[in-house]
Design a protein around this ligand. Sequence first.
Ligand code: SF4
Length: 158
Amino acid sequence: MRPCKPSRKNKDLTYKTFTDKQNKLQEKRFASIPFDKRLVFVPHCMRNTTFCAAEEKGSYYVCSECSGCEINKISKLVKKLNYQTLCILKGSRTIEKIIKEQKPKAIVGIACFFEGYQAFKTLEDKDVAVQFVPLKKDGCVNTNVDIWKAEEILRYEN
Ligand code: SF4
């Protein structure tokens, strides 16, 4: 008899358990990093592609704050707090390239549980503290996040 394949629900639970644990482990270190040494990564699937006027900057986009999606609020808060920058990722493969270029000490990553899990794995040998915010609605288009949760994490400081 063939073993059962893990269901999507079981996999998501595994990724959730892992990312929750990493968030807890890295929370204090993250909070000690000055805002201007922190980057924010958001996925391109959160953009409202009907209106989006984000500017392309090589491997990522920069939000033009057109109010077409929730990234607008995140971008405004990130600027107010003086974060290093907010990158709308074209794909998770660009994370390492951006880190090499911008050398942040901390990252807030908004993504689905699978991408969050992958990002923690990719960054485990880098000198960077990570906090992950899961998407409230995932998929490939029109995704969104719990904006209150995202704002709470963005504001973390000791
Ligand atoms: S708020 Fe930013 S990311 Fe969202 S649709 Fe407008 S320019 Fe694009």
